[in-house]
Design a protein around this ligand. Structure first.
Ligand code: PGA
Length: 266
């Protein structure tokens, strides 16, 4: 039996004060939760303070990105040892927003500005290896865009992204990885993938793990669904055999909604 894992991706929201206020709201709601792994991923600026506030709780801390080098002349980047130092145990990698594949076209994001968000499968791979080597757990996001979906390329896109992320990763390490299937067109749009389709594509992720690392690894690895998961659709998604949790954006910013999704998983 795979333990379900619900992670809140706070994205670029919450000052330190706001983050701490949300943590205080979450604490009593999570106090009895043991059957589900709960993770929150605040912005870098709030990690240190949130980690202190989480002390003695069953809520784990995640970061939204990381750089693969340990230290050095890499202006603006944050290393894995730095993240471990402030209590981080999970690291989101390859989110569609860092890959630059925004679900909602933003007229401000001209091609020039989009270059800021150019994560590639090779980048996800080197960061996955570094995250595992640092003893942290990667949460690797994969997903197709709307045009890829319309061209019936979903399964190929997912397979390439999963195998790309796993290059050079050992079978022993692979069970430390959490995958998140996040159809790009469903992120922050209010559009959810139909539960049967979400489950089917999580199965495609699992099959790619099987292809690279065999049945035991495929059976053990946890695969989340992400993209407009909310209290009213969580139970249906989380009851599917291949969906082992959720990566929650918008709904993780409201304590009651996040708690309701966790209750649906438990
Ligand atoms: P959403 O975001 O729940 O707001 O759609 C999910 C994600 O980007 O991880």
């Amino acid at each position: 039996m795979r333990k379900k894992i619900i992670a809140g991706n706070w994205k670029m929201n919450k000052t330190v004060g706001e983050a701490l206020a949300l943590v205080e709201e979450l604490k009593p709601l999570m106090a009895e939760v043991n059957s589900v792994d709960v993770v929150i991923c605040p912005a870098y600026t709030a990690l240190y303070a949130v980690n202190e506030a989480l002390s003695g709780t069953n809520i784990a801390l995640g970061a939204q990105e990381a750089f693969w080098k340990e230290s050095g002349a890499y202006t603006s980047q944050i290393s894995l040892p730095m993240l471990a130092d402030v209590g981080v145990t999970y690291v989101i990698l390859g989110h569609s927003e860092t890959r630059g594949r925004f679900g909602v076209p933003d007229t401000e994001l001209t091609p020039d500005l989009m270059r800021t968000f150019g994560e590639s499968d090779a980048g996800v791979n080197i960061k996955t290896q570094a995250t595992l080597a640092a003893g942290l757990m990667p949460v690797i996001c994969v997903g197709e865009t709307l045009s890829e979906k319309h061209r019936n390329e979903t399964d190929d896109v997912i397979r390439v992204q999963v195998l790309g992320a796993l290059a050079g990763v050992s079978t022993k390490q692979v069970v430390q990885i959490v995958f998140a299937y996040e159809p790009v067109w469903a992120i922050g749009t209010g559009e959810t993938c139909a539960p049967e389709e979400a489950d089917r594509v999580c199965g495609v992720v699992r099959h790619a793990v099987l292809e690279a690392h065999g049945q035991e690894a495929a059976d053990a690895v946890r695969i989340q669904y992400g993209g407009s998961m909310k209290p009213d659709n969580a139970a249906e998604l989380l009851s599917r055999p291949n969906i082992d949790g959720g990566l929650i954006g918008g709904a993780s910013l409201k304590a009651k909604d996040f708690a309701a999704i966790i209750a649906a998983a438990g």
